[in-house]
Design a protein around this ligand. Sequence first.
Ligand code: CA
Ligand code: CA
Ligand code: CA
Ligand code: CA
Length: 506
Amino acid sequence: MTRLPMPAMHRCGQGSKPDSNEAAAWRKSRSGRYRRPPLRWPERAALYCALPLLSVACLLSPATAATFAVDTTADTTDQTAGDGLCRDNSGRCSLRAAIQEANALPGADEITLGAGTFALTLAGAQEDAAASGDLDVRSEIRIHGSGENACVIDGDARDRLFDVAAGGHLTAQRLRLQHGHQALFSHADTAEISGGALLVRDGGAAVLQRVDVRSNSSVRYGQGLAVFGSLQGERLRVEDNRGPDDFSIGGGLYIAPSASLVQLQDCEISGNAALHGGAIFSDGSATAITLQRCLLSGNRAGMGGAIHANLGASQWLLRNVTLSGNQADAGGAIFGDGQNELRLEHSTISANHAAGANGGGAILDVRGRAFGDFIPIELINSIVLGNTQAAGRECNTVFDDVIVSGGGTLHAPGDACILRAGAGDIVATEAGLAPLAGNGGFARSHALLAGSGAIDAALSVHCPATDQRGQPRPQDGDGNGKARCDIGAYERGDALFADGFDAVEA
Ligand SMILES: [Ca+2]
Ligand SMILES: [Ca+2]
Ligand SMILES: [Ca+2]
Ligand SMILES: [Ca+2]
């Protein structure tokens, strides 16, 4: 309803800048050399705003920014878009009217939502002006909710919830996205048949902070989220999104060939289902995909219970990530095709299951040296143990050298896991993991039981500053007076007490 002037500096540094150490750490090209990724827009924005001359432009640009406080849960349109007023025919400011008005105004605009369920009841999919169906974001809009359980945007199963256009930038905080439904089966533009809750088109960007994406569906791509541009998530939950068994791709998240960036920190992607990639499917893209401190659990698929990395040259980094309790016919946790760079550091792959004839309770990768150009899946200081399959092996590859240990991998003996050995690997029949439980941090994890071979056994060279829960690494888990990093996503606490006097063991 009201239009308030916004602090002029607001645009500077929109979005969070990627961790440069991390980018440098995993950007290894096929030739084996590390390379710095090209700067994406959040990095560029931060850089530009840091430059003295350009920062003047950053200070001046959002002169017309407005804030709209939504005061009704009714789904109504704005009376006159562009007049600076969020006002429907009843004089109220609805979420839809606020989006329409924000789209019409230049600059970044803010929308605040109190507690309540904001159901999108105005039917009309394949419409891109936020007048019906999904809420189309065509400019820079920040939506501030009032809590993931208190503030719910509900699609009423009529259309997806948000459609971020090229040039659009959506930041959503502290809310839940539920009951979105993408019903279109085929279209020349794949984006049109993607995203049950949220579609980010090529050239668009979304930042989700403390957002739950729950119980959405799409009959084709991205039952929860679909990204053709860039997506950043922080404290993001993507749960129980699904589509038809025969056609759905990317149960939690679909990453399209055009996607430029996917960066998730503190996330849980659980209980989603699709034919390909129960949690995440990357599709022929060359995308930087980073997950840190995340849990992928209880997802189901035909191929890739949690992850299906399909073709393309995406660069995946999973650090402090747990993949547990996922199930597929092929590749209980991960299904790879040998083309994407997939690197797991301090991650735990356990209790996943493959029900089909090709196995791979943990990992199935269908490519290899005999197929010509391929990139191996690399495990560093990670646990891959305790997964089951109806046939085949725990880590199964059609060809050799496809799954490699970069060192410090805890895995099963013999050829249960076809893995090219690395320095400091540990072979065991059991990982010594407690069941998945809330052990602190954003998502559940597998605590290490006393006596686990993972404790104080990682290669120190790759020890990150914290574990999945955010607990500091390294700690002296075996009580020998020397703190050393544990293998996997969980760091067991100091065996004696946290006296701060442990020597760090090299
Ligand atoms: Ca208006
Ligand atoms: Ca639309
Ligand atoms: Ca629409
Ligand atoms: Ca330790």
